[in-house]
Design a protein around this ligand. Structure first.
Ligand code: NAP
Ligand code: MG
Length: 400
């Protein structure tokens, strides 16, 4: 059988631990036999990031900007414990995802992969709910202060032109805590555009929620910016029969639970952090969550939402065969290949991405799944827990 040809290479970002092991297996058994794979390879494994003073992460992100589509393996974000585990580390390197997100100015969209064998905890959900989380500012870049003494906190803004504006935050009679946070119009606009673009490409309604009744200036500005940006997409939304609407965060939560799913929920930074964990858990498993970073100018980076699955890796190092779920990582590859195919006008490549996903879903429906899912499967699916390799072989057999 002739292999499927590619035009533009994918940016391939390799990673760490168990997911790095799965990465090689997926390529060898599910991609290379079928696709004449072209990639620009960047090794974001922790030790190679260290050896390059983390330059490789920046180069990989620049390549994603240049080529437009990337696929990324999960990577270790070093913390104190990792510094002890890897004494050769010269620095506690930043999270690669944060570096890539900053360079691409992107928004992360997380979507669960739904299968019949696993019912969402919310009975009405029939289709996936995608969470779009704003990735800049608010409490994640706040300054905080605690006092044990009475006094007054003020908020002062000094304009470049020299004028000064001061507001009283609160006079306190005793111990108290304070917080000041910010966001920029530029970042909010990028977020809004990424959301509208994603809604158009995936043909789904877009919801945006905030709390502008209480936070009239701050959240109010988010709402206005979304409204302003929507003007440019309105025609396309109407043509596709999809809707944009804004609602208060508490109303959104109630509507989400009553909904059938099948839409994108754009959340501010903190709301997205919290809601994405709730939504992914209610859909079943972190190992079934896909993630794509989309920049406002239409660059894409696909990955799994989970981490490097360290506990399984240590069992693998002892020679055990693990039952780590490769589905979200396979979907990162299928998503990237499909998008590359769309952008380059290669129908075969688009079809292959779809076939690969279908093969995974059919394998799962046949009851062949990794341990994390077998434990959750509805009775009647006679789920059989297999190793990662057996699962990948079963998918390959369906593709071949
Ligand atoms: P994790 O790797 O997602 O794993 C947490 C636990 O979730 C696992 O121990 C496992 O539970 C279960 N799990 C996750 N993915 C699974 C899969 N594919 N198949 C089966 N079970 C799965 O999170 P973590 O342990 O907090 O983080 C490990 C490392 O990953 C850290 O160094 C962190 O920095 C990094 N990380 C990277 C990314 C990224 O690159 N995008 C994201 C998050 C974390 P059981 O052990 O109970 O089976
Ligand atoms: Mg979180």
């Amino acid at each position: 059988m002739a292999k499927i040809q590619m035009k533009t290479p994918l940016v391939e970002m390799d990673g760490d631990e168990m997911t790095r092991v799965l990465w090689a297996m997926i390529k060898e058994k599910l991609i290379l036999p079928f696709v004449d794979l072209k990639t620009e390879y960047y090794d974001l494994g922790l030790l190679h990031r260290n050896a390059t003073q983390d330059k490789v992460t920046v180069e990989a992100a620049e390549a994603a900007k240049r080529l437009g589509v990337a696929v990324k393996c999960a990577t270790i974000t070093p913390n104190r414990q990792r510094m002890e585990e890897y004494p050769e580390l010269t620095e506690m390197w930043k999270s690669p995802n944060a570096t890539i997100r900053a360079i691409l100015d992107g928004t992360v969209f997380r979507t669960p992969i739904m299968i019949d064998a696993i019912r969402p905890a919310v009975r009405t959900w029939e289709k996936p709910i995608t969470i779009a989380r704003h990735a800049y500012g608010d409490v994640y870049k706040a300054v905080e202060l605690a006092t044990t003494e009475a006094g007054e906190a003020t908020l002062t803004f000094t304009r470049e032109s020299g004028s000064v504006q001061t507001l009283s935050v609160q006079k306190v009679k005793g111990p108290a805590v304070f917080q000041a946070m910010h966001n920029t119009e530029g970042s909010i606009r990028s977020f809004a555009r990424a959301c509208f673009n994603f809604a158009v490409t995936t043909r789904q309604d877009l919801w945006f929620s905030a709390k502008d009744t209480i936070s009239k200036v701050y959240d109010g500005r988010f709402k206005e910016i979304f409204d302003e940006e929507y003007e440019a997409y309105k025609g396309e939304f109407e043509r596709l029969g999809i809707k944009y609407f804004y609602t208060l965060i508490d109303d959104a939560v109630a509507r989400v639970i009553r909904s059938k799913g099948g839409f994108i929920w754009a959340c501010k930074n903190y709301d997205g952090d919290v809601m994405s964990d709730m939504v992914s858990t209610a859909f079943g498993s972190l190992a079934m969550m896909t993630s794509v970073l989309v920049s406002p100018d239409g660059k894409y980076e696909y990955e799994a939402a989970h981490g490097t699955v360290t506990r399984h890796y240590y069992r693998y190092l002892k020679g055990e065969k693990t039952s780590t779920n490769p589905v979200a990582t396979i979907f990162a590859w299928s998503g990237a290949l499909r998008k590359r195919g769309e952008l380059d006008g290669l129908t075969d490549l688009v079809d292959f991405g779809e076939r690969l996903e279908r093969a995974c879903l059919d394998t799962l429906s046949s009851g062949v799944m990794t341990g994390d899912l077998a434990g959750l499967a509805e009775p009647g699916y006679c789920a059989k827990a297999v190793t990662s390799e057996e699962f990948i072989d079963a998918v390959a057999a369906r593709l071949g």
